[in-house]
Structures are given as C-alpha cells and as structure tokens.
Design a protein around this ligand. Structure first.
Ligand code: MG
Length: 396
C-alpha cells in the first residue's frame, strides 16, 4: 500500500517484465539458422557455465547455471555460443527506453528484467491486462523479442506472476487470487528461499507457500529466527512493502568479478581489490554519491560466500579509501589454507549521510585529481586509468 499524505492507503500496482531466454532469443533473432534449434549461450571454457538456454535446449534438460560440460553431454547437437554482450546490451537499452513510455518509475533488476510502478496510473489505462498487453506488444514490435509480464499489488507477486505463464506470459495477480494461485506453489518460489532455506522449510513440513501462510507466526519465528520467519510469513500472505526504486536511488553501488581461474594468493587478491575499488569509486562519483559503508564479498571455490562490511567515520567516493577499507576487511578474513577464491566484490552503501548533499566538500585538491582521472576514464573507457599494481581482471 502506498501512503497518501492524509494517511489513507491506496492499492499499488507493479508490473514485472522478464525477457524470455534473453541471450538465446537475441541469437535466434539475429541468425535465421538458429531458429527452432537448441541454442546454448555461456562460457565455453572448461569451467564455463550456461547463461541462457533456448526452450528447444531446455527440452534436453539444459538450464542456466549448469556446467557447460553437462550441457554438452545432454545436448550434443546443440548450438553453443559465447555471449555477445554488446548485442545483448543494445537490445536491453532499447527495451528499458521503451519502458519509460509505460511508467515514470522503473527499477532494473538485471539486463533483461525490471519493475514498473503503475500505482496511480489506473486512470490512464483501460484495464491492467490491456496495459500488460501493450507493454508486450511494444517490446515485440521494436525488438522482435518476447517479454513475459506480470502485474500485481507488490514486487514479490509481480515477479512471481511474470513467471507463471512463461514463455510469452501475461498474468495479472489480484489479492483475491492468492489462495488459489500462490498458495499451492512450492516454498522455493518465495523470494529469498534458496536450496538451504528450502531444505530447512521442507524438513519442518512447510512444503507449499500456503503451508507458510497458515503457520503460527510465533512458532515459525521459534524455528527459523524472527527475521526470516516474518519475511517469509509476510510474503506467503501476499504482503511486500518494498517500493520500486529507480536506479538513481539504488541502495548500493558495487562491482564484482568472477575469475576464470581461482585466485590462490593474497597478493593477487589484493591487486584485484585495487582494481575493483577504482571501479566502485568511479561509479560512486558518476552517480554523485558517497558511501558510508564498504562491503567486501568473497566467494571460495566451493561456492561458500562471505560478506564483511565496515562503516566509515566519514562517507567516501575515493578509490584509495575504498581500497584500504576493502583490504583491511580482506586481511581480517580467515582464508582457509589452500583455498581458491572464485569471486571478489566491493560495494558501497549508506548514501543518506549529510555528505550526499555536498559531494565534493572540503577536499578540493583530491577532487581535482579525481575529476582529471574521471575525465580520462570517460574519454578512453573505464579500464584506461588503473592505479599502480592493479592487476588485469578477467571480464565480469
Ligand atoms: Mg529473463
């Protein structure tokens, strides 16, 4: 519910759009010979992973995040392609630009999906299904690609809805539909329930979303912890207050890298952190933001993932302060002997400090230096200016 100034609440309507098999669909659109055939896009190296599989490939049991070796075994006659991000980004930009016709508030979730806040626009549309249809038609007419769209009173339900009738789906979920449509779905469809939480819930005999919705909240909290329990209980009952947040209002700005080969030494890892800090600093400055909290993310070769964060005495958008904080967090992290690092990430958050009001206050010299660096980066690309020692990073 959105709160009006007089304190009353009006229903929200949020659309979620998600392109069907985006990368594979772009390939099939651009190459006639690929149409109707199993197309698998992803890393083709020994360690590669499937990014997207066309529906033809999914019939062979190929799906995203699967090791490429497995995909090749399951679908030996498939068309295997490395991702061509330039073409996918061009299509993505075109799609997001179109979405601006349909809502003033758009939150991108990834290259091919996002939320549109439709609250208060009911007067502009003949009906929600007709509006959803117009969104889909606009995407198809302009790009030749197919989007699935869900429209519902909140983000969780809208995202769920866009997936219900994929491919080429259009689903409107109204509050009254929740018991019939949402409750029979498995708990894994709740936002934030991965393998581990899913196993835990099933062990407690919560198998469907309806099971969670009907639980006694106190008993659920005793078993799952207060925070997770209330998060899941609210979602299961179709409640989710999170607003649609346009990108300029993003809560964090960050960058991460998955390495082609696991990073084995601390030295090499710190060189990567220096590189990442430069990227994050630039992105912060470009967005006109200063971060109060710096977060480090580490994923080891066994996919275990850790985050460490530090809140600074003063917010920052400077590469070296971001780097020093990330390095300090990294040095305090007990790396198991012989462990390989698969991914490193740095992000900054906490933008609402007083510093955001005056971006470049009381450090004019430093700001001139950064203005010069950023000018170079803008002219020659993000990677041209690296600070000493920042090692080459593999592409994200
Ligand atoms: Mg998609």
């Amino acid at each position: 519910m959105a709160r009006e100034q007089n304190g009353t609440e009006r229903p929200r309507w949020i659309a979620h759009f998600d392109m069907d098999c985006f990368f594979a669909a772009v390939e099939q659109r651009d190459n006639e010979a690929y149409r109707g055939r199993p197309v698998i896009v992803g890393g083709l190296s020994a360690r590669g992973v499937v990014s997207t599989a066309s529906y033809e490939a999914r019939r062979f049991g190929v799906h995203s995040a699967m090791p490429m070796e497995t995909a090749r075994r399951r679908c030996p006659n498939g068309i295997f392609l490395p991702p061509d991000f330039a073409r996918y980004s061009a299509a993505s930009r075109q799609i997001f630009a179109l979405m601006e016709r349909f809502s003033p508030r758009i939150e991108p979730l990834s290259i091919d999906e996002g939320f549109l806040d439709l609250t208060g626009m009911e007067g502009l549309m003949e009906s929600l299904p007709a509006y959803g249809r117009r969104i889909k038609d606009a995407v198809h007419d302009a790009t030749g690609l197919v989007a699935s769209v869900g429209i519902a009173p909140n983000k969780f339900l809208a995202k769920l809805a866009s997936d219900l009738e994929k491919p080429d789906g259009l689903t409107i979920l109204r509050p009254g539909d929740i018991p019939r449509v949402v409750w029979p779905l498995p708990v894994s469809r709740l936002w934030g329930v991965g393998q581990k939480t899913g196993d835990r819930l099933r062990a407690l005999r919560f198998c469907t979303i309806g099971d969670v919705a009907a639980a006694d909240p106190a008993a659920l909290a005793a078993r799952l912890g207060k925070r997770l329990a209330s998060h899941l209980y609210e979602l299961a009952n179709g409640r989710d207050d999170r607003p649609v947040e346009p990108v300029a209002e993003a809560k964090s700005i960050g960058r991460e890298i998955t390495f082609e080969r696991d990073v084995k030494s601390r030295e090499e890892a710190e060189a990567q952190l220096l590189y990442l800090a430069g990227q994050v600093g630039w992105r912060l400055r470009r967005a006109g933001k200063r971060a109060r909290t710096i977060q480090l993310k580490i994923r080891l070769q066994d996919f275990s993932t850790y985050t460490r964060r530090k809140t600074l005495p003063e917010d920052t958008c400077y590469d070296e302060e971001i780097y020093e904080t990330a390095r300090e967090l990294f040095r305090a992290f007990p790396l198991p002997p012989g462990a390989g690092i698969r991914l490193l990430g740095i992000s900054g958050s906490g933008f609402d400090g007083p510093g955001t009001l005056s971006l470049f206050r009381d450090v004019p010299k430093k700001d001139r230096l950064y203005a010069a660096i950023d000018g170079l980066k803008k002219r020659f690309g993000e990677d041209v200016v690296r600070r000493g020692g920042a090692g080459p990073a593999s592409p994200p």
